[in-house]
Design a protein around this ligand. Structure first.
Ligand SMILES: Nc1ncnc2c1ncn2[C@@H]1O[C@H](COP(=O)(O)OP(=O)(O)O)[C@@H](O)[C@H]1O
Ligand SMILES: [Mg+2]
Length: 227
């Protein structure tokens, strides 16, 4: 089953002399449960692509379909609901709310959606993330690896159609990076969670089912990994 379809996507920043063609006619599809690594030099358009897939920014041309739905054909309110329910974002610098504890950060997307926390899922995730004894800690009382685990929990809490991670191990040492990759891989297998991960990390790219390489806003390679 196709969970994501990107068609002729383009994005231009700025105008006149400052115009940057960040994405040029990018098309591809992703099957449910696939684990895709996106690689490419700095400035090649990776983050732009991820944001357009996640409904964070608007394209200048082309379409994004998630679970059959035309993402940018929705009004702002529907788009906000789409972002909360269908997308889990993971960033290099975690983006946790400093005044909320681990449990509150993880369950925030559910509460913002005015829904009840699925306690069974929360328990399962907090154990998987090895954060059970850290539930009441604030982000600044956690290591970088632990903070990234919280942000993975937050991304998975709503069982989104897509988990999108932008260099999730970019700020971590090799041991913590391995743990993060293992957790992403585990969620991919256990929940058949579709994952799209931007990375410079060879180890992550090699764990993926598929590697898409961008250069200058275009796909220059799209291949099934030899794992
Ligand atoms: N908000 C923005 N305004 C202007 N230019 C931008 C903006 N965001 C990204 N760009 C430009 O678009 C290109 C692609 O950026 P980005 O998607 O962040 O690349 P990557 O994540 O691969 O490093 C770069 O040339 C970058 O400078
Ligand atoms: Mg980037």
């Amino acid at each position: 089953m196709e969970i994501l379809k990107v068609e002729h996507l383009s994005k231009i920043y700025g105008t006149g002399e400052n115009k940057v063609h960040a994405l040029r006619d990018v098309s591809f599809s992703v099957r449910k449960g696939e684990f895709v690594a996106i690689i490419g030099a700095s400035g090649s358009g990776k983050s732009t692509l991820l944001h357009l897939i996640g409904g964070v920014d608007r394209p200048d041309g082309g379409k994004v379909y998630v679970d059959g739905k035309d993402v940018y054909a929705q009004n702002e309110e529907a788009l906000a609901i789409f972002r909360r329910r269908q997308v889990g974002l993971i960033y290099q610098f975690y983006n946790l709310i400093p005044v909320l504890n681990v449990r509150e950060n993880m369950t925030l997307p559910v509460l913002m959606d005015h829904r009840e926390v699925n306690e069974k899922r929360f328990e399962e995730l907090i154990e998987m993330l090895h954060l059970k004894d850290r539930q009441n800690h604030l982000p600044n009382q956690l290591s970088g690896g632990q903070q990234q685990r919280v942000s993975i929990g937050r991304a998975l809490m709503n069982a989104p159609a897509l988990v999108l991670a932008d260099e999730p191990t970019g700020n971590l040492d090799s041991e913590n990076s391995s743990q993060i990759i293992e957790l992403l891989r585990f969620s991919n297998q256990k929940y058949r969670q579709t994952l799209i991960v931007i990375t410079h990390d060879e180890n992550i790219a090699l764990q993926a089912d598929r590697i898409i390489e961008l250069a200058d806003g275009k796909i220059v390679r799209d291949e099934v990994s030899r794992r």
